[in-house]
Design a protein around this ligand. Structure first.
Ligand SMILES: *Cc1c(COP(=O)(O)O)cnc(C)c1O
Length: 359
């Protein structure tokens, strides 16, 4: 159903998950099977994810945030530890660090890439890890990070992306994926941790399931949680993942359509030469983002902020100035981005932006 705006034009939605008959059929099959959780769909989805990321292991969990939380715990991070996180990212990246009692130390981003600025990274004696985010699907320059510190890749929006030929989701000691409806592959809610390290994978499996050993008996050596992803949701993810190539091509085409229309008007997103952008979102930069977003919304175009500048949130204040993050926060606009956008939708967004910028 196409919604209409007050002005009578069609609303161009920010996101629209690309799910249909195959997913509905797969869910119906699980419902009829009588096994709604801890069944065969979990392993099948995990095998597909590991293959897509080129890792030995994938462990599905209830959200991308749950994946980040367990990854931080699996790395043994806790009180007294520090973790370097970008100052411009989705807050979950830093929240999970704070939540285990460690300190998220903000690091400024490069306003052009919107990712961590490797030159601003200064690991200290308490630094236990660096969280490198592939923000909006743009691969982080992971090889420029300092050695000797564990790297956790927040690839929540980067399934299908590649850094110099290597799949995102395989760039750090561990990586996290999200299957939220604004990501390329969705299960409604869901996430995964990917890794080549069998011990870390086992630790994640244990913690998502009450602390019970993956192949052990009933002993619980360390407390755990219930962060499992049900077979119902894994059944949605399996056909989604089978269509990853198709979804990726559709998103790449829409991104190219925007870039063609907007490259001379605003700063358009891109990836480094030799990289493949994952296109979780299409985020432009333009002066006065807040006003542009409000004006686009008035015209029935559901634009949105890029993401958060953490140092401007009460939870992460008092860590100093982050001019790169501030600049991006004030200039980033996420445009409507999903596979149902037509050429005329792209024209409408581009025309609206063009007239706003030239005002
Ligand atoms: C979406 C996202 C998350 C959180 O994932 P959820 O599944 O919504 O919990 C974390 N980090 C980044 C970079 C994201 O894009």
């Amino acid at each position: 159903m196409v919604q209409r705006t007050d002005a009578g034009t069609d609303l161009i939605r920010l996101a629209w998950p690309d799910v249909g008959a195959a997913e509905a059929e797969a869910v119906a099959e699980v419902l009829e099977s009588g096994q709604l959780t801890m069944g065969p769909k979990v392993e099948e989805f995990e095998r597909g994810l590991a293959a897509a990321c080129g890792t030995e292991h994938a462990v599905v969990v209830s959200s991308g945030t749950a994946a980040l939380h367990l990854a931080v715990l699996a790395l043994g991070i806790g009180p007294g530890d520090e973790v370097l996180v970008p100052a411009y990212t989705f807050p979950a990246t830093a929240n999970v660090v704070a939540f285990v009692g460690a300190k998220p130390v903000l690091v400024d981003v490069d306003p052009e890439t919107m990712n961590l600025d490797p030159q601003k990274l200064e690991p200290g004696p308490r630094t236990k890890a660096i969280v490198a985010v592939d923000l909006f699907g743009r691969p982080a320059r992971i090889e420029l990070l300092p050695g000797g510190v564990s790297v956790l890749e927040d690839a929540a929006g980067a399934l299908g992306a590649k850094r110099q030929g290597r799949p995102c989701g395989s760039l750090g000691a561990l990586a996290c994926l999200s299957f939220h409806p604004r990501k390329i592959v969705t299960t409604g809610e869901g996430g995964a941790v990917t890794t080549d390290d069998a011990e870390l994978a086992d630790a994640i499996r244990r913690m998502r399931h009450h602390g019970i050993e993956p192949r052990g008996g009933f002993e619980i050596a360390h407390a755990g949680l219930n962060y499992r992803l049900s077979d119902i949701l894994c059944a949605v993810g399996i056909p989604q993942l089978a269509r990853l190539g198709e979804l990726f091509e559709a998103r790449t085409r829409i991104a190219a359509g925007y870039t063609e229309r907007l490259r001379d008007i605003v700063e358009t997103p891109s990836a480094d030469e030799g990289d493949v952008h994952g296109w979780q979102a299409y985020v432009i930069q333009v002066d006065g983002a807040a006003d542009k977003i409000a004006a686009l919304r008035e015209q029935g175009i559901e634009a949105q902020v890029g993401t958060y500048a953490l140092h401007r949130l009460a939870a992460y204040r008092d860590q100093g100035e982050f001019p790169g993050a501030s600049r991006v926060f004030e200039r980033a606009v996420a445009l409507p981005f999903h596979t149902r956008l037509s050429e005329s939708d792209l024209d409408r967004v581009a025309e609206a932006l063009t007239s706003l910028v030239s005002k």
